[in-house]
Design a protein around this ligand. Structure first.
Ligand code: FE
Length: 336
């Protein structure tokens, strides 16, 4: 009898908590504080509580790999199509069925086998010094390889996923030889060894250390609303160009979501990802990081619209992962 009671006391609390707890556990590249209003709205609407663990994309991925089926994460929110594809290959995410996601997200921005779904779009644009550069002469990525930019460009390291995906898009559109030549000439135009992140390149332009760079457009948006007066000044001094509007479109990538293979709360996880694609959540989610909505029926925020029209190279997204290895080699060979 005593043993029975002991057993009950061990088992019952677990059972009751499992039955009562209506949760979804999220691994996110975005900090919980940032997405709090979104989390609250979801919980209010569904009664499902959200727990968020935030961290760098590669750290969260490694944790999912290490924890395997013991992981308590239900949803992975991360950036870059190549990383989402990697998660699929590593079998740490699983396919899901959802009419809502299929209806809300264009075909070119989600996995054909339904393992992952794009939740927002980010553009890799050209930035220039408003006082030293005439932007009308700078309309394509290829323009950056011209000799006249010798010693005028700056850049973060080529090995970063953002640059690797961009070179992958060059291989997709123009072939390996073209991409290699582009990289060689781009690197030979650099004013200094690559250092820092995208935002640092914009700051270097404002400081006069270089004239032109390539960066993700949301960093520019962040500078515009920064608490630091210096960064708001950088925003004023630097202009943005969406290259290749006339041909391939500007290189874009996505933030995306997937249900983990180990998900204990799979239905809640699906509900949460569906919620991210509702128009209200989309507006909030995209504007939060100055990204573009994933939905074709929604317009960008007023700030993003003020930068001009983005012709996005959405059709290349699903092709990028397969050129990542080649891109990595090209970047390494050219010491970018
Ligand atoms: Fe980023």
């Amino acid at each position: 009898m005593n043993r029975f009671i002991l057993l009950l006391s061990l088992i019952l609390p677990m059972h009751t908590s499992a039955a009562v707890e209506n949760v979804v556990n999220i691994y996110s590249f975005r900090q919980a504080e940032l997405i709090n209003p979104l989390i609250n709205a979801f919980t209010q609407q569904t009664g499902i509580k959200i727990n968020v663990v935030s961290g760098k994309a590669n750290v969260l991925m490694q944790r999912l790999i290490d924890d395997g089926q013991h992981s308590f994460a239900d949803v992975l929110l991360t950036t870059d199509v190549a990383r989402l594809e990697q998660a699929k290959q590593l079998k740490i995410i699983q396919p899901i069925q959802s009419e809502i996601l299929i209806n809300n997200i264009p075909k070119s921005l989600r996995d054909p086998e339904h393992y992952w779904f794009g939740t927002s779009i980010r553009a890799r644009a050209i930035f220039y010094s408003k006082s030293r550069v005439n932007p009308s002469k700078l309309t394509t990525y290829q323009d950056l390889t011209h000799k006249k930019w010798q010693g005028k460009l700056c850049s973060r390291k080529g090995s970063h996923f953002y640059n690797r995906s961009m070179v992958a898009s060059f291989i997709h559109h123009h072939g390996q030889a073209w991409a290699n030549q582009w990289t060689e000439e781009f690197v030979s135009n650099l004013a200094m060894r690559p250092q820092g992140g995208d935002r640092d390149q914009l700051r270097l332009i404002a400081k006069g250390s270089c004239d032109v760079t390539i960066a993700n457009s949301y960093y520019y948006g962040m500078l515009s609303s920064s608490e630091k007066a210096n960064d708001r000044d950088v925003y004023q001094k630097v202009g943005i160009i969406f290259p290749n509007a006339e041909n391939t479109g500007t290189h874009v990538n996505i933030s995306g979501a997937a249900v983990t293979s180990a998900a204990k709360n799979k239905q809640n996880a699906i509900k949460f990802i569906e919620f991210l694609t509702t128009s209200i959540a989309q507006q909030f989610y995209a504007e939060l990081n100055h990204e573009y909505p994933i939905r074709a029926d929604m317009s960008p925020s007023p700030l993003l619209s003020s930068w001009g029209k983005l012709v996005a190279d959405k059709q290349a997204i699903l092709q990028l992962p397969k050129f990542h290895q080649q891109a990595k080699t090209i970047i390494k060979d050219n010491r970018w």
